[in-house]
Design a protein around this ligand. Sequence first.
Ligand SMILES: [Zn+2]
Ligand SMILES: [Zn+2]
Length: 107
Amino acid sequence: MLKTKTYGIGRICVVEGCGTRLSAYNPSSVCALHGGEWRDDFHRGSRKSSEREEIARRCAFDPCGREFATTNPAKKYCSDACRMKAFQARVMAARHPNEAEGIRRAS
Ligand SMILES: [Zn+2]
Ligand SMILES: [Zn+2]
């Protein structure tokens, strides 16, 4: 008959201030109480990441700077209009640095 696998004798729960001695048959490094808590946290965490969470952002188009909420982490501007304006400003800045600066001040 095979020997039952054990995980070491004399280990204690790694949660600070717990100090519960672990069973040699417990594969985890925490006691049953803390193991349960950690599992709950894990489930909560995985639910959260599968959901699309709203992120509060500030429009990356400087003269606008409006705060907006989005579920898309890649979204940088509050609207398509700002995205276009920012793009145009970038093109302008590349071609005529002084004009682009004028547009910034005007708006
Ligand atoms: Zn514990
Ligand atoms: Zn904007």
